[in-house]
Write a protein of this length. Structure first.
Length: 88
């Protein structure tokens, strides 16, 4: 069924793209490799327990919290296709 200017299956394509983007973002945030003993940002020691709990950890808790806040502020983009998102 054709609706306006959108091609058939456009909504499903948009859903698939949103899911693919979310998966790619989650994979990019996964730490890998060997953990550092000192934070990349501030140089403070990273506790041994954190190094063992999160393989490939590169930031101390404080720096990681700040990075998470920055990423949360940027990731407010709504691609659901609702009328509300189209009005923005």
């Amino acid at each position: 069924m054709a609706v306006g200017w959108a091609k058939d299956g456009a909504v499903q394509d948009q859903i698939d793209a949103t899911v693919s983007d979310a998966v790619a973002l989650a994979r990019s945030r996964i730490s890998h490799g060997e953990s550092l003993s000192h934070c990349e940002e501030c140089g403070n020691d990273i506790p041994e327990a954190r190094q063992q709990a999160i393989p490939g950890v590169r930031l101390c808790v404080l720096c990681q919290s700040e990075l998470d806040e920055q990423q949360r502020a940027v990731s407010g983009y709504n691609r659901r296709g609702s009328k509300d998102s189209q009005l923005r």
